[in-house]
Design a protein around this ligand. Structure first.
Ligand code: HEC
Ligand code: HEC
Length: 232
């Protein structure tokens, strides 16, 4: 155990010093991080995301470019650090789709489900459903249904489903809503391991470039030092 820590120290120290947005540009460090992240993923993540991170119902596939909350390395790092819908943690990612049971009638729910299916060519367009979608759903999923990441609201037009695109599953989703929970890791793993995991997930193929506006000139030294000690 101690020998492993000594071997790991240079990578851990280098990772502590680099803002996550700049990690990909440092190819040698990035490759080391990806390898460490692959090992950590097998221990901490496969039970929910599956080996190979392909996901299953309610657990997103992390290989594709269909992101709920964002696929650039900083967005992934934030998701891992703070989790999704962790009620005890103010910085967690959160947004709640309302349950439409009782808000819309069963006939209206059927129309709007038909509209959702039409977005990926699985049903004929229907005017009533489109109108209901514009009023009740577009604020989170976008007028075109392609999703809005600031709300973690999935793209409904790409034929990729988190819970399912058949009529019965969609009806259940709209009636009762869904509230997927992903644990935060900043209370369980040290900061270097979280950066390794972010690098690994980013490397899986669906990673996106970090928006220039999100790259800080330099991370505040104290935050990085705290992070190196594994403190949130
Ligand atoms: C207890 C189950 C569970 C574990 C363990 C878990 N996850 Fe998740 N993860 C989820 C769920 C559920 C979601 C989707 C949440 C939602 O619906 O917004 C998710 C979402 C994500 C996302 C966001 C994907 C996107 O499209 O924005 C990333 C990235 C991720 N997980 C990575 C990881 C990594 C890396 C680990 C291991 C450190 C891990 N997860 C462990 C359940 C889990
Ligand atoms: C307040 C924001 C919000 C509103 C309004 C909203 N949704 Fe959602 N919706 C979400 C979020 C967030 C998720 C993801 C839940 C999760 O990850 O567990 C979601 C998930 C879904 C899914 C699951 C997609 C999949 O891949 O399985 C469907 C379908 C859906 N919404 C349809 C609708 C429809 C139809 C309406 C309007 C009647 C609607 N939503 C209104 C935020 C919203």
């Amino acid at each position: 155990m101690q020998a492993a820590d000594v071997k790991r120290a240079p990578l851990v120290n280098a990772l502590a010093a680099i803002p996550v947005e700049q990690l990909v540009a440092d190819q040698k460090l990035y490759q080391g991080a990806v390898a460490g992240g692959a090992a950590a993923f097998k221990v901490h993540c496969v039970q929910c995301h599956g080996s190979g991170a392909i996901g299953s119902k309610g657990y997103p596939n992390l290989n594709d470019d269909d992101w709920l909350w964002g696929g650039d390395i900083a967005a992934i790092h934030y998701t891992l650090t703070h989790g999704i819908r962790n009620p005890d943690h103010p910085e967690t990612r959160v947004s709640a789709m309302p349950a439409f049971d009782g808000v819309l009638t069963p006939a209206e729910i059927a129309s709007v489900v038909g509209h959702v299916q039409s977005l990926s060519g699985k049903a004929k367009p229907n005017a009533k459903g489109a109108e209901l979608f514009a009023t009740n759903c577009a604020s989170c999923h976008g007028v075109d249904g392609k999703g809005l990441r600031e709300f973690g609201a999935p793209n409904l037009a790409d034929g990729i489903w988190l819970y399912g695109g058949d009529k019965a599953t969609l009806t259940e989703t709209v009636k009762y809503s869904r509230q997927g929970v992903m644990p935060r890791w900043n209370d369980k793993l040290d900061a270097a391991t979280i950066k390794m995991l972010a690098a690994y997930v980013y490397s899986l193929g669906g990673g996106e470039a970090t928006p220039a506006a999100a790259v800080p000139a330099a991370a505040p030294a104290t935050m990085e030092a705290k992070a190196a000690n594994g403190q949130p």
